[in-house]
Design a protein around this ligand. Structure first.
Ligand code: NAD
Length: 697
């Protein structure tokens, strides 16, 4: 046997154990080893029953990520599963850890299953744009029926051992000594002459064919508008489990798997998966020493300060929260408490956990109380003078080596660092709103930021369960720079003839959960207004300026919080078009002598995408972003960019860089500077390369 698959016989039981650390991924060597081991066990006269288990921390947690998107070398998982199932002797899977994807399919091919009480099982292939390809779509519904199988495969959500037992997927939940329990069960099977029980021959899940068919119909309706084709394939495959012979169902599953895996959606989803891992690799980590972060200070208990505080409390840190005055502080602390009360109410955490978190929170109005913390994240107003003043106070009270992080959205971190005595300890930790929910954290590295401070930011992100991306100093870093370009492209179209509702609908049709004007209304129009006012003095007067947003703000229409913005809110009907806003738009067109023209959804989408990609290319040129995939991660996790498109840079690769560049050139006449293609396009196109070729691995 290979080192990855061990074979032993004990008391007439063949013990087949997978050993491929760290997660027992099912690569080719493991698959071949399993083929050989089951072949041997089946023909070994000493053997009356077989146990399949895994060494280390988990049952196979899935396929080998290095094989994603590549043709699999034989034997493929489906053949391994068929071999296991064909054994003449009963086969028992003993599951612990995370039996996910191919790992769980392997277990489903066994005749019986037991699992440790804290084991997790699931079929999350849909998250990578594919479907279970090892027979899962055919075996699982034979046990559970259509509804439970579809729920598991379409949501991709894992289930606990208890839930799996309720669903009939495992025979028994084991509380300790899984190996011993498995051996005992197998010996019992031999004694009782328990027969092999191929899942392909089971039919409990088909007991009520009407219900089965109804579940198929209902799920087909639910996934009708889904952008990822594999969800519809899953429904087809589960339907075929009832309608077709087993082998024909397996053939359909294979065909669907191959088609989906080659599709643009799965390619983009795989890209997103690898992009997130890649973003965690930054040059500063090499040779860095992590600074101690055992207690955190947050300055400013507004929207962001409260969210950051919750995020840090959730991760187990003690937090000192500083506000300007007692009223502001009490309001902030109340919001933290409200959040936990709601979490308890919804059953997300229990009262003891909520009490523990509140007990770690200390509120104060005295900056001197931050003298003992090792990291402060300031989230005061987005105003250079206010932030500078806070930093100078922090410089006085914080201990040497402590980290001073700013959550600024746009301000120059180097300028801020230059005003204090320890610029090497200054960094940007840019959270997104709501900060305790949104996964993205831009770690903004200033000219003098010490590598230890950067590395500590990445380590902290992990503890906070965030996805960190390195960004250099620039107005808006990565995300807000790309967002600004996206919004400007949208504003130009608004002025030229499109309506906010039309642009929003087009971007939803592209896959965004909400369009740019819905986001503006939700976030508050005053935030971008403040930025435009800040930049007014340095704006090139020859640049096209769209004043529609300013005119709305002058009326006090700050969006949702004011009841009015690009939409009218608060009538219980959801947002409805604001006719007064449309009148402002028409007035602005008249003033500029613009005759409105029609825009198709495709043109709206392509203009917005081209603007985002071009800004991304400029960020790469300027060294603000390390690699294209980092820009994708920022847009995916911070701005709702549709994951099945992989992010703007990936979407541009898929569309074709020449096509995107030509689109930019065709718009260039209208606004020469804004639409000028970044030189990076020509550099890549000339060499037959894509953005993805710049992603180092
Ligand atoms: P906010 O107005 O809701 O909160 C700011 C808080 O800081 C207020 O409670 C204010 O009383 C307090 N404050 C002001 N000066 C202070 C001082 N000297 N000492 C202590 N507290 C002081 O603002 P916000 O939306 O939470 O934004 C805070 C920062 O986060 C800004 O820099 C903003 O650009 C950035 N940011 C905001 C968002 C967002 O979506 N709101 C997202 C990312 C980053």
């Amino acid at each position: 046997m290979t080192a990855q698959v061990q074979y032993d016989v004990e008391d007439g039981v063949a013990l087949i154990k997978i050993s491929n650390p760290p997660v027992n991924a099912l690569n080719q060597v493991v698959r071949q080893g399993l083929m050989d081991a089951f072949e041997r066990a089946d023909s070994d006269d000493r053997v009356g029953a077989i146990v399949l288990s895994a060494e280390g921390k988990t049952f196979p947690a899935g396929a080998d990520v290095r094989e994603f998107g590549r043709p699999r070398a034989a034997p493929i998982l489906s053949d391994v599963c068929a071999r296991i199932e064909a054994c003449k002797k009963p086969v028992l899977a003993a599951i612990h850890g995370h039996a996910l994807g191919g790992g769980f399919e392997l277990a489903l091919a066994c005749h019986y299953r037991i699992a440790l009480h804290d084991a997790i099982m699931g079929l999350p292939e849909v998250n990578l744009g594919v479907l279970p390809g090892g027979g899962g779509t055919q075996r699982m519904p034979r046990i559970t029926g259509a509804n439970a199988a579809l729920d598991l495969m379409i949501t991709g959500k894992p289930i606990s051992a208890d839930r799996a037992a309720e669903m009939g997927l495992i025979e028994k939940v084991i509380h300790k000594n899984l190996d011993r329990a498995a051996l005992a069960s197998a010996k019992n099977m031999i004694a009782q002459e328990t027969p092999a029980r191929p899942t392909r021959e089971r039919s409990e899940g088909f007991a009520d064919p009407v219900r089965y068919t109804e579940a198929i119909k209902s799920w087909r309706g639910r996934v009708a508008g889904n952008f990822v084709p594999s969800v519809r394939c899953i429904v087809d495959c589960v339907e075929s489990a009832l309608l077709l012979p087993f082998d024909a169902g397996i053939a359909l599953e294979r065909q669907c798997f191959d088609d989906c895996e080659r599709g643009s959606e799965a390619t983009a989803l795989r890209h997103a998966f690898f992009a997130e891992r890649r973003a965690a690799k930054v040059p500063e980590l090499e040779g860095a020493k992590l600074r101690d972060v055992s207690a955190i200070g947050v300055v400013g208990a507004g929207t962001m300060g409260v969210g950051i505080t919750i995020s840090c409390l959730d991760a187990g840190f003690p937090v000192t929260l500083v506000e300007r005055d007692n009223d502001g502080l009490a309001h902030g602390v109340d919001r933290v408490r409200d959040n936990y009360e709601k979490s308890v109410g919804k059953g997300r955490i229990d009262q003891a956990a909520a009490d523990d978190r509140m007990a770690r929170l200390r509120g104060t109005t005295d900056m001197a109380d931050l003298s003992q913390v090792n990291l402060v994240i300031e989230a005061v107003f987005e105003d250079e003078t206010v932030k500078r003043d806070v930093f100078q106070q922090l410089d006085k009270v914080m201990r040497p080596g402590a980290i001073l992080a700013t959550n600024t959205s746009y301000l120059d971190i180097d300028a801020l660092a230059a005003t204090i005595s320890r610029p090497q300890d200054v960094v940007g930790y840019h959270f997104f709103s709501p900060a305790h929910i949104m996964k993205l954290l831009e770690v903004v590295v200033g000219a003098k930021t010490h590598r230890d401070v950067v590395a500590t930011g990445f380590a902290l992100a992990k503890k906070l369960r965030k996805v960190p991306v390195r960004a250099g100093v620039a107005d808006g870093f990565i995300g807000n720079r790309v967002l600004a370009a996206y919004r400007l492209a949208a504003d130009f179209m608004l002025e030229d003839g499109a309506s906010p509702a039309q642009i929003d609908a087009a971007m939803r049709a592209y896959g965004f959960p909400v369009g740019p004007y819905q986001v503006l209304d939700m976030a508050g129009l005053d935030i971008s207004w403040a930025r435009r006012k800040r930049l007014a003095a340095t704006r090139d007067p020859s640049d096209r300026y769209v004043a529609i947003g300013d005119r709305m703000c002058e009326q006090g229409w700050f969006g949702q919080k004011a009841g009015r913005g690009y939409y009218v809110h608060g009538h219980g009907l959801g947002p409805v078009e604001n006719h007064d806003a449309l009148a402002i738009i028409e007035d602005e067109r008249r003033k500029k002598g613009i005759s409105p023209r029609a825009f198709s959804n495709d043109e709206i989408q392509q203009r917005c995408l081209s603007a985002m990609v071009n800004e991304g290319a400029r960020l790469l040129d300027e060294g603000v972003a390390l690699r294209p995939s980092d820009i994708d991660v920022v847009l995916l996790y911070g701005y709702g960019f549709p994951r099945f498109r992989g992010g703007p840079m990936m979407a541009a690769d898929q569309r074709g860089l020449l096509t995107v560049k030509n689109a930019l050139k065709s718009y260039q006449e209208e606004e020469p500077k804004f639409w000028a293609p970044s030189p990076l396009f020509d550099e890549l196109i000339k060499n037959g390369r894509h953005f993805s070729d710049l992603n180092d691995d």
